[in-house]
Design a protein around this ligand. Structure first.
Ligand SMILES: NC(=O)c1ccc[n+]([C@@H]2O[C@H](COP(=O)([O-])OP(=O)(O)OC[C@H]3O[C@@H](n4cnc5c(N)ncnc54)[C@H](O)[C@@H]3O)[C@@H](O)[C@H]2O)c1
Length: 340
C-alpha cells in the first residue's frame, strides 16, 4: 500500500508518516517546507519505503504524477496558523483552495481514495455546547482576514463532497479541533507550544483577551489513531467527521497548568487583542466544543490522552528545540489561538 501525504513534513503529517511507515506502508511526502521542517521527518528517512519530494500542491504536474503512483492520498498541506494567515492573506486562499482542487482533481482522474484535512474553524463563532458536523458555520466579516482560513477550508469541504458526488471519489473530510503535541511549531500562533516555550524560558506567558475563552485539545497520537481508523472505514467515505475532545479548558487555566507542569517562574500576563494583533484582521471566538458521536459510531474512536499528559509529553522535546531564527517575529511569538 502506497500513501501520498501532502504536508507530511508538518506537525500532524510527520506523525502520520511515521505511523504509516511503522505499519509497513510505503509513504511519499510532498511538502514545500513553508511551515514544515525536514527535521520532522528525521525518523522516516530510515525506512526504505519512504520518499520525500520537495514541491508544492500547486504544481499540478507533480501532484498528478505522485497521485498516480499512490493507492491513497492524505491531503494535509495548507496555509495554517493565525499569524501566517494574517501575514499571507493571498497565499492562504490560493494554497488552501487551488491546492486542494489540484489534489482532488488528480484523485478524481485516477479514482484514488483521499482524506482531506479541514478544521473546527469552519464552525466560526457558533457557541454550541456540542458542535455536530451539520452545525451552522457562523463566520465573521470578510474584512477580517482571519476568516479567510475558515472560508477556504469550507470551500475545500464542498469541493471534496462535489468530487464524491460527481466522480464517485471515495473521500473523507476531517475537522480537527486543536491537535497538540511534539513538533507543533510555535511560530504561527499556536497556543500550547507558545505557552510551553515561554514557560521553559521563564518569560511572560501571554494570554490574549480575558483568558476566559475556552478550547478543547487533542493529543496528536489520538488524532493519528482517528485518521488511520477513518482511512480503513468504507462507512466514512463521503462523510465529514469531527476529530476532537469534548473536554473544555479556559486559556487562562491552560497557562496556569503549563506553568505548573514546567515548574516555571513565568508571569501570566493578559494582553488585549488590539495589542496582540495591532494590524487588525482578527477576532476571537469564546468556545468551540466538538460532538464526537459520529466518529465514535463510525470507528469507535474517542481521545484517551489527558491534558496533563499532552502537556508533559510536549514539554520534553520542546526543551531541546533550536531557537527561532532572528527577525521572524516582530513580537515575542503569538501565544494564543488555534486560529483554525
Ligand atoms: N494542528 C491543528 O490543530 C489543526 C487544526 C485544524 C486543522 N488542521 C489542518 O491539519 C493540516 C495539517 O496541519 P498542521 O497542524 O500539521 O500544520 P503544519 O503547518 O505543521 O503542516 C502543514 C504542512 O503543509 C506544508 N505546505 C503548506 N503549503 C504547501 C504547499 N503549497 N505545498 C506543499 N506543502 C505545503 C507545510 O510546509 C507544512 O509542512 C492542515 O490542513 C491544517 O489546516 C490542523
Amino acid at each position: 500500500m502506497k500513501v501520498l501525504i501532502t504536508g507530511g513534513a508538518g506537525f500532524i503529517g510527520s506523525h502520520l508518516t511515521e505511523r504509516m511507515l511503522r505499519e509497513g506502508r510505503q509513504v511519499t511526502v510532498l511538502d514545500d517546507l513553508s511551515t514544515g521542517w525536514i527535521e520532522n521527518l528525521r525518523g522516516a528517512f530510515d525506512y526504505p519505503g519512504f520518499e520525500f519530494v520537495e514541491g508544492s500542491v500547486l504544481d499540478a504536474a507533480t501532484v498528478g504524477r505522485l497521485v498516480a503512483q499512490s493507492d491513497i492520498v492524505v491531503h494535509l498541506a495548507a496555509a495554517v496558523g493565525v499569524r501566517y494567515v494574517l501575514d499571507h492573506p493571498l497565499a492562504t486562499i490560493l494554497t488552501n483552495v487551488d491546492g486542494t482542487h489540484i489534489v482532488l482533481a488528480a484523485c478524481g482522474k485516477t479514482g484514488k481514495k483521499a482524506l482531506v484535512a479541514s478544521t473546527s474553524e469552519v464552525y466560526g463563532k457558533n457557541p454550541s455546547d456540542s458542535l455536530c458536523e451539520t452545525a451552522d458555520s457562523i463566520l465573521g466579516a470578510s474584512s477580517l482576514s482571519r476568516w479567510s482560513y475558515a472560508t477556504s477550508k469550507k470551500l475545500d469541504e464542498f469541493l471534496a463532497l462535489a468530487y464524491a458526488k460527481t466522480h464517485g471519489l471515495p473521500v473523507v473530510v476531517t475537522r480537527f479541533f486543536n491537535i497538540v503535541g511534539p513538533r507543533q511549531a510555535s511560530r504561527y500562533g499556536m497556543v500550547l507550544p507558545n505557552f510551553i516555550r515561554a514557560a521553559l524560558k521563564d518569560e511572560p506567558i501571554r494570554v490574549f483577551g480575558d483568558g476566559c475563552q475556552t478550547r478543547n485539545f487533542t493529543y496528536v497520537s489520538d488524532c493519528i489513531d482517528a485518521l488511520v481508523g477513518l482511512l480503513r472505514s468504507p462507512q466514512a467515505e463521503g462523510e465529514i467527521v469531527n476529530i476532537g475532545s469534548p473536554h473544555e479548558i479556559s486559556i487562562l487555566n491552560l497557562a496556569e497548568k503549563v506553568k505548573s507542569i514546567v515548574g516555571s517562574s513565568s508571569q501570566i500576563v493578559k494582553v488585549p487583542y488590539e495589542l496582540a494583533y495591532p494590524e487588525g484582521g482578527f477576532e476571537d471566538m469564546r468556545r468551540r466544543v466538538p460532538c464526537i458521536c459520529k466518529i465514535s459510531r463510525l470507528i469507535g474512536w474517542s481521545p484517551t490522552t489527558s491534558l496533563d499528559d499532552m502537556i508533559a509529553r510536549t514539554i520534553g522535546p520542546a526543551r531541546h528545540q533550536p531557537p527561532l531564527p532572528a527577525g521572524l517575529f516582530s513580537t515575542e511569538g503569538v501565544p494564543y489561538a488555534e486560529g483554525r
